[in-house]
Design a protein around this ligand. Structure first.
Ligand code: AMP
Ligand code: MG
Length: 411
């Protein structure tokens, strides 16, 4: 699709069509070698990782107790001679012969000759040198994890594409992988636009409002896993916007808010075109968020979000976040709505698909959803009570309590 200025008209895209156009332009950033540390949390692995060790590295006791020969205790009761003790980290040099036992700690290697561990609760020590075992049905191998059960040296334990959680960071440490190939965090510049805006510390005059989109969008960038660079407020003039937009275009993604609607001060699409951004679409069948603009310059993705805070937030979640997730290497970048039962009846009339702030809850009886009181796209306070968006089709919606409604989780 070609785009030439804000006066050209396109058939308005659906959310899914617009998302597809964004996905077409987004590519994972080339992987870089990254030292393994907690900052790797949430990065996507770009290589398969094999273990350099067997785990466990030896036959290992899973309980504190006594390492025994199973045949000695087959009757369920026996008095054995205690010939030593092995703690975790020690080497088991002794041999367990017939009629003998070794006191053993969780994690310690099983001494040779023993083939079962009896937990300490099933034993009665009779002095240092003797133990009375009392347990029926002891199996060979009981309470022992055999060498290599979890993984063998050379096994692939993680595949490229895995988004790293704390447990994966632990697994990488186990296999000695201290430097990983991972997709880096994209840099995202954030620019608010509007003559009426002042930053939060200022007291707005009668004709001004405070800039909520700056802090909100930079936080959304962070939450998506990317690095935000806030550029401040651009005014509704070519002279103000051109240099700011130019500086913002050195990032992987430029996110603007405001100035994309139909007013004659809405200069963002024209200015973007002037600095070489190719428009990919402008306007989506969506409420709130219809005026959304998307374009590219080279590999940089450019999103012009509508200025109303809830529109900006919804457009970010539907379009910017998935793009950032692709850049981060995530192979499941788009969150799918879930079905939830209405907790209270709900009626709504709308001319286009609407994302309505709501509270989504997991209850013992399944998921429920309930609309919050909301006064439309400027109403960030109403949205603040929500943790999800109900996805409502165009037209009249009349839903009774218990009816299913597609719902998109936000948090
Ligand atoms: P616009 O998209 O520029 O037409 O702006 C639509 C509405 O959103 C107007 O009421 C603006 O005042 C408001 N708005 C625009 N940018 C911001 C911002 N950064 N923070 C809060 N409200 C904004
Ligand atoms: Mg404006």
């Amino acid at each position: 699709m070609r785009f030439s200025g804000r006066h050209r008209r396109f058939a308005m895209l659906s959310v899914a069509q617009a998302q597809a156009l964004v996905m077409e332009q987004a590519r994972p950033l080339p992987a870089v070698q990254t030292a393994l540390n907690p900052e790797c949390l949430g990065l996507t692995l770009a290589e398969d990782v094999a273990s350099d060790v067997d785990m466990p590295p030896y036959d290992k006791a899973l309980m504190d107790g006594f390492a025994v020969r199973r045949d000695d205790v087959a009757d369920g009761s026996a008095i054995l001679e205690v010939v030593g003790e092995v703690a975790a980290g020690a080497t088991a040099r002794m041999q367990v012969g017939s009629g003998q036992a070794v006191r053993i700690m969780t994690g310690a290697p099983i001494p040779s000759g023993a083939d079962a561990v009896v937990m300490v609760e099933r034993s009665l020590s009779e002095g240092e040198r003797q133990v009375h075992i009392d347990e029926n049905g002891i199996r060979p191998g009981q309470n022992i994890l055999r060498r290599g059960t979890e993984m063998r040296q050379g096994d692939v334990v993680l595949r490229a594409g895995k988004v790293l959680r704390p447990q994966e960071l632990g697994l990488l440490a186990i296999v000695g992988k201290t430097v990983i190939a991972a997709h880096p965090r994209p840099k995202v510049t954030v620019l608010s636009t509007g003559d009426e805006l002042v930053e939060a510390p200022a007291r707005p005059s009668a004709s001004q409002i405070r800039n909520s989109n700056g802090p909100m969008l930079t936080a959304q960038v962070r939450r998506a896993g990317a690095l935000a660079c806030y550029l401040g407020i651009g005014r509704d003039t070519r002279e103000s916007l051109v240099p700011l937009v130019q500086s913002g275009l050195d990032a992987s993604v430029l996110v603007l808010s405001g100035g994309v609607s139909a007013g004659n001060r809405d200069l963002v699409p024209t200015v973007l075109q002037e600095v070489g951004v190719t428009g990919r679409f402008h306007k989506v069948q969506l409420k709130p968020g219809k005026p959304l603009f998307f374009g590219t310059r080279g590999g940089t993705l450019v999103f012009g979000l509508p200025g109303n805070p809830v529109s900006a937030l919804v457009c970010f979640e539907l379009f910017v976040r998935p793009a950032l997730r692709v850049l981060l290497g995530d192979r499941n970048p788009i969150r799918a709505p879930v079905q939830a039962a209405l907790a209270a009846e709900f009626s709504y009339q709308t001319d286009r698909p609407t994302y309505y702030p709501a509270i989504l809850e997991e209850t013992a009886d399944g998921r429920t959803v309930q609309a919050v009181p909301w006064f439309g796209s400027p109403d960030l306070r109403g949205l603040g009570q929500a943790n999800a968006l109900m996805v409502l089709p165009a037209g009249a919606t009349r839903m009774a309590r218990g009816d299913k409604c597609a719902t998109l989780a936000l948090d």
